[in-house]
Design a protein around this ligand. Structure first.
Ligand SMILES: Nc1ncnc2c1ncn2[C@@H]1O[C@H](COP(=O)(O)OP(=O)(O)OP(=O)(O)O)[C@@H](O)[C@H]1O
Ligand SMILES: [Mg+2]
Length: 382
């Protein structure tokens, strides 16, 4: 099969806001390529530059450097002084506030982009009908917009963004106004819609669960820089940066120094306060380097009796065990530290129990210690 081409290319994107002393560097050389037909997510904490990057792609924000192309066409290039205005870019947008007009019906809202292009009545009717079918709102053409549920309003916004047959859909936190249950339902709908239309989609969110559930690829951002790009499973199970490990769900971090490496993807050994532990190193780690071992709570089997013949077994005492229905969420004291451990609900544990934790080396990721990004680490929440 032929390689998928990149639909959106962003190269060394720079953006500042404000003047003089107030000037802040918001995008610091962001480069990424978005494959055609993919659902690509910008994920990161509030203020990291997700919306700004998206607005630069849309042409709603003028960058201060770099290059952006969409479908092979350069829409912005600092050196060549290219700047294609928003209405000439092949994009559709849906924002957090759907910005649908309350005084209009569903059909009028969706038709709006075509109305301002002065398309014929027949063409508008046909295209609105088609796109309402795609989002599952056919039959509701004449319903006034305020008489729609949150999810239906969301779909109207989608339909309106799709009506011009854009090459790229830009979605900025489109689900954050919905209640928790509808959010989860709309996640699946967006994914299904994206699959059906095969339209290249950039999805912005600060919600890691949403990003994991919906994306083909995730670009993790922090403070205007790109931290790491990967498929959801890869980033969650095998992060190569400390920030990715902590931002994409709960993890335990154990500091140490690397004492042995046997090759890329092969187990190494790290000396920690809790003894010598085996782990899988991130690319680029070196012997004698300060590093951190990261292991997720659900990857730590807990035993009442010391298991024999296993590496990476730590002895501890349960401090807290909260029954969550599908798991016990435990905090286990090992030396001076507390480790988060999630166990199967059949495996009943209580505070005070002496236990053994197996930090399975295959689930232990060795990450560079030196890129603490100054953000909340998971243990802070414990
Ligand atoms: N028009 C503006 N003028 C000045 N500063 C701005 C402007 N827009 C954004 N910023 C700043 O730029 C930084 C990045 O903002 P941006 O909106 O891109 O973040 P974000 O990742 O989308 O965050 P959120 O998850 O809160 O939406 C923030 O520090 C923000 O305060
Ligand atoms: Mg934003």
């Amino acid at each position: 099969m032929a390689e998928k081409r990149d639909m959106v290319q962003i190269e060394s994107l720079e953006k500042y806001f404000g003047e003089d002393k107030e000037r802040v560097h918001v995008l610091k050389g962001v480069s990424l390529n978005i494959p055609e037909g993919s659902l690509y997510t910008f994920l990161g904490p509030s203020g990291c530059g997700k919306t700004t990057t998206l607005r630069c792609v849309a042409g709603l924000e003028r960058p201060d450097g770099g290059k952006i192309s969409i479908g092979g066409q350069t829409v912005y290039a600092s050196g060549e002084r290219v700047y294609v205005p928003t209405n000439k870019r092949p994009i559709g947008m849906v924002f957090q506030s759907y910005a649908i007009w309350p005084h209009m019906t569903v059909a009028e809202n969706v038709a709006y982009p075509l109305t301002i292009q002065r398309r014929s009545k027949d063409e508008i009717k046909k295209r609105v009908g088609d796109v309402l079918k795609v989002v599952g709102l056919d039959g509701l053409e004449d319903r006034p917009a305020p008489k729609l549920s949150g999810g239906q309003q969301q779909r109207v916004a989608f339909a309106r963004a799709l009506i011009n047959e854009p090459k790229v859909m830009l979605l900025d936190e489109p689900l954050s106004n919905l209640d928790a249950k509808l959010r989860v339902q709309m996640r699946s709908e967006i994914k299904a819609l994206q699959r059906r239309t095969n339209i290249t989609t950039i999805f912005v969110t600060h919600d890691q669960a949403e990003a994991l559930a919906i994306s083909d690829q995730i670009a993790v951002m922090h403070s205007g820089t790109l931290i790491e790009i990967g498929a959801p499973h890869q980033l969650y199970a095998r992060p190569t940066r400390r920030f990715t490990a902590t931002f994409l769900g709960l993890t335990n971090l154990i500091d140490g120094k690397i004492v042995e490496l046997t090759g890329d993807g092969q187990p190494g050994k790290i000396q920690t306060k809790k003894g010598l532990l085996s782990f899988i190193p991130a690319p680029g780690l070196k012997k004698d380097q300060a590093a951190v071992l990261s292991i997720r709570p659900e990857n730590i089997p807990l035993y009442k009796e010391k298991p024999q013949g296993l590496d990476n077994v730590l002895e501890g005492t349960v401090r807290e065990a909260i029954f969550m229905g599908d798991a016990y969420q435990c905090k286990v004291a090992v030396g001076d530290d507390l480790l988060a451990v999630h166990t199967h609900p059949f495996n009943a544990v209580s505070p005070g129990d002496k236990v053994y934790l197996h930090l399975d080396p295959a689930s232990c990721n060795g990450l560079p210690a030196d890129d603490k990004e100054g953000i909340d680490e998971s243990m802070a929440e414990l």
